[in-house]
Design a protein around this ligand. Sequence first.
Ligand SMILES: [Cu+2]
Length: 184
Amino acid sequence: MHSSTLFITLTTALGLVSAAPTDKTYNPTKTSAASRTTHTVIAGRGGRLIFDPDNVVAEVGSIVEFHFNPLNHSVVESSFDTPCQPKDADSFFSGFFPVREGQSDEVFQIEVKDTRPIWFYCAQNNNAHCQSGMTGVINQNFDRQEFSLRAHKELAAEVEGPSGVQGGIQGGWRIPNPNPLGGF
Ligand SMILES: [Cu+2]
């Protein structure tokens, strides 16, 4: 098989996998996956305690896809006021992604359901990732600087005690990495 044919075949196959929710309790709106924009975020890019990018603008109905670099990151939904803790019982949680090198075999996707800001953090307590800068936001309200990502990071830096997690993976799809050889 010619290599470009193989590439297209693999891409098509993985695209089908991406469209199939693995979390049966999660019911996205019925929109064709092919028509969606996907925004990629790299957790721990370059070995740093960051999400890159950490300030995402994503239209309603689009997908935010988290990739994970070493060593062991996660993503959890929080609120502006209470960094490093789940927002509520329905907060999305990716689980942890132990990775030795390169990037994770799986990614975690969430759907942007409305225009409200979505705050998130990494719940890795070894080296206090959330307090050290692993927080981010989707659709920050740029007209309200008191609720900026900068302000949120200042709150996060002051959090004492461990970061919390939800009990299990929820609120999104943990699926095979559609681009495992991507350069990040
Ligand atoms: Cu982390």
